[in-house]
Design a protein around this ligand. Structure first.
Ligand code: BGC
Length: 751
């Protein structure tokens, strides 16, 4: 029996004693759930809320408590028992058999379903969600979610716990690849559509990590301070938009504190903003180990403790009996869980492992999304698309074998193992994992007569020598990122900058392909001819990169994050807390049903002052500080050119229209971007993205693009009124191909 190592493993000594007696309970054949009986709530003409209430009427207090916590770390932590009916995912909540309520089996599935190898299951690795956000394609995001949803269902899961939408406040955050960029409108729209697509497969969805979980350094302890107005106009707006689009079953509260209270016991975040203001009807589940109290958390709006029952098991029952938590609050928790299960269809049609996933369909979809996600950042002298070079040097990043993936709980197990470092079993925590999609193989396919040679890029001189003797050199550079860890700097690791410089000095036709978790610096940007940002491109990455390099696909993606020139340009030149020394602290956990204390090394508590940026995240920061980054948000090139003309803005600023023309000689898809500057009274020295669209155009073709502007996106958040407000005054509208290339200007006036 194999277990996946989890970073939250208890110290070896604590385990040694317990392992001797711990008996993991995986049965070869999992017991099936009882045959359905007739119940009043089977009536599908009733609303999910009515059906949930009918169930709750029949539930005992123990059953009510049973639904509001997980049953342990299970498959995630070596040596922990695994309940017999668990699907071996991140969490298991037993159903209530006598009432016909099925189990909830949750799976990490940010970029594909996690923990496949343990059961020899295949799961499609999609491009990183940050990559997918570069497509600015809500339909692509929907497709992304549906791939994950259909694979979850095929494997017997009823809930995804992916759905990260924390905006890129900290560009070195180790989890940026699981999120959707720095702009709340883009990130919220993309993540919302992703979750909508996932839930359309009759699987419950989740949006996370609520909120301000914008760095991994000290994530369990850091206290993010931010003023309410700025909070609502930035990170919380991304949540508001995605939750509004997807109506997810769950929202996962984050590990960190926000304005002093832990996110999972933060009345303002949970009760006031999420449930009241956003009208969220689903349930709040804590991040794994992110619950810190019973009464405070329950009253603040936490509905389910994950993955254990330290605070929401016997302790919660006790608090109800003592009158510290009203029974109605427990019933509200249950209601939220049950109504979400009814709404998603997992009670009427429970998920059961019944089919194998279709890897070919998954690959096709992943490749399509990757082709829409790879951003062309530079193309001097139109070196790309490649024109039948006689010889091609491929350098670095195991590009002969595969493509990089992101690590942590978003890690998908590679089919056949890590091509860069094969070993039995699934991916290990913190391991740098390459998937079997060889860019070199597909490059060779596109250039069957070319001499294509590989150099691993570990010796700069030999890489440069190969580049010198080749017509074209393609250097693949990498930035492996994973959960629980931030990059110390935006620089590429392992001295790869020197590798690129030396190769570029040897061959003027040097192309760099970035495989990174987020933005990186490129001190060599002026020296190379072309740059492609491929993010973590997923299982179809090799094919997609080759298709773009050779022009079978015309690049259309635009950056969802600004690339700084250096760390010193950022609001925080260093990741806050990164130099703090870890200290030993005692934490509770449950081992074999017993609450025990164990020691962990964690950073001491510290604060991060997000008021430094306020709502000015990403391009808004650069614009207001008048700093010129390396590449702006919204930027991306194509193999054709576009022209914008004829902007019309309606008098209330609700709708804009303009023409986009393809002025080149190749078909292409242009992402048209619309920004707004608010009246001076707003005091904003930056513009905001307010609308966008993808426009596909044949050579010479032009189309009228008509876009609605949500009034919220041009409003300020009024703290006193606790609502969005349109200010009186003159609004400016800018439209064009990036946040800095906006040839069209117009405006509207609000009295
Ligand atoms: C992560 C979550 C994840 C959970 C379960 C936590 O450490 O922050 O995103 O869903 O673990 O694996």
């Amino acid at each position: 029996m194999k277990f996946v190592k989890f970073r939250k493993s208890l110290p070896v000594t604590a385990f040694a004693a317990l392992l001797a007696v711990a008996v993991p309970m995986i049965s070869a054949q999992r017991p099936s759930q009882p045959a359905p009986q007739h119940h009043a709530w089977d009536d599908k003409s009733l609303s999910p809320d009515e059906r949930a209430d009918l169930v709750i009427k029949e539930m005992t207090l123990d059953e009510k408590i049973q639904l509001v916590h997980g049953t342990g770390w299970g498959a995630l932590r070596e040596g922990d028992p695994i309940p017999a009916r668990s699907n071996l995912g991140a969490s298991f909540v037993p159903g209530i058999d006598r009432l016909g309520i099925p189990d909830i089996n949750m799976a990490d599935s940010a970029v594909g379903v996690r923990l496949g190898a343990m059961q020899s299951r295949y799961a499609t690795l999609l491009p990183s969600t940050l990559g997918a956000a570069s497509s600015w394609d809500p339909q692509g995001a929907y497709l992304y979610g549906s791939v994950i949803g259909r694979e979850l269902r095929a494997q017997g899961y009823s809930m995804s716990i992916g759905g990260g939408v924390d905006i890129t406040r900290e560009p070195r955050n180790g989890r940026n690849f699981e999120y959707a960029g720095e702009d709340p409108v883009l990130a919220g729209t993309m993540t919302g559509n992703l979750m909508k697509g996932l839930q359309a497969q009759q699987v419950m969805g989740d949006i996370k990590h609520y909120a301000f979980n914008d760095q991994e350094t000290g994530r369990d302890i850091v206290n993010a301070n931010i003023a309410y107005k700025a909070a609502r106009e930035s990170d919380l707006l991304a949540f508001e938009i995605s939750i509004g689009i997807a109506e997810p079953s769950g929202v996962m509260c984050a590990y960190n504190r926000v304005n002093s209270d832990f996110s999972c016991e933060n009345d303002w975040l949970l009760n006031q903003v999420l449930k009241k203001d956003f009208g969220f009807k689903g349930w709040v589940l804590s991040d794994w180990g992110g619950t810190h109290s019973t009464v405070k958390a329950a009253l603040a709006g936490l509905d389910q403790e994950m993955p254990e029952d330290i605070y929401f098991g016997a302790a919660l029952k006790d608090a109800v009996k003592k009158g510290q938590v009203p029974l109605s609050r427990i019933e509200d928790m249950d209601h939220r869980i049950l109504r979400s299960m009814f709404a998603a269809g997992v009670i009427d049609n429970p998920s059961m492992p019944r089919s194998v996933v279709d890897p070919f369909k998954g690959l096709e979809d992943a490749q399509h999304i990757a082709e829409e996600s790879i951003v062309l950042l530079k193309n001097s002298g139109n070196l790309l698309p490649l024109k039948a070079p006689g010889s091609i040097a491929i350098i670095g990043s195991h590009a002969d074998k595969g493509v990089l993936s992101g690590g942590g709980s978003a890690q998908v197990d590679p089919p056949g193992g890590n091509v860069a470092d094969p070993h039995p079993g699934g991916a290990r925590w913190g391991e740098t994992v390459y998937f079997p999609s060889s860019p070199m193989k597909y490059i060779q396919k596109h250039a069957p007569n070319a001499k294509v040679e590989f150099n691993p890029g570990t010796d700069n001189a030999s890489a440069a020598a190969l580049a010198k003797s080749s017509d074209v050199a393609i250097v693949f550079v990498n930035q492996p990122m994973y959960e629980s860890h931030d990059a110390r700097t935006l620089s590429l690791p392992d001295n790869q900058d020197a590798l690129v410089s030396e190769v570029a000095a040897a061959n003027p036709h040097t192309i760099v392909v970035l495989e990174t978790g987020g933005p990186v610096t490129m001190p060599w940007a002026d020296q190379v001819a072309a740059i492609l940002a491929a993010w973590y491109p997923g299982i179809g990455g090799g094919q997609a990169i080759a298709n773009l390099l050779f022009g079978d696909v015309n690049p259309s993606a635009k950056l969802p994050v600004t690339f700084a020139k250096s760390d010193s340009q950022l609001a925080f030149p260093e990741v806050p807390g990164i130099d703090l020394k870890p200290v030993q602290i005692q934490l509770p956990t449950v081992m074999r049903g017993q609450r025990i204390m164990h020691n962990e090394m964690r950073l001491p508590p510290f604060d991060v002052d997000y008021n430094v940026q306020g709502a000015k995240v990403g391009y808004k920061w650069f614009e207001s500080k008048q700093i010129q980054p390396l590449f702006w948000f919204g930027f991306g090139l194509s193999y054709t050119t576009y022209e914008y003309s004829g902007l019309n803005v309606d008098s209330q600023g609700r709708e804009v229209s303009f023409e986009v023309k393809n002025t080149g000689n190749r078909a292409g898809t242009e992402i048209a971007e619309v920004y707004a500057s608010l009246p001076t009274a707003a005091g904003e020295s930056y513009k905001r993205l307010v609308a966008f669209d993808r426009v596909t155009l044949a050579p010479g073709e032009s189309k009228t693009v008509t876009l609605k502007i949500d009034p919220k996106y041009v409003s300020v958040f009024d703290e006193k009124k606790n609502g969005w407000q349109l200010l009186s005054g003159d609004y400016k509208i800018l439209a064009g191909s990036s946040s800095t290339d906006t040839p069209l200007t117009g405006g509207f006036h609000i009295q």
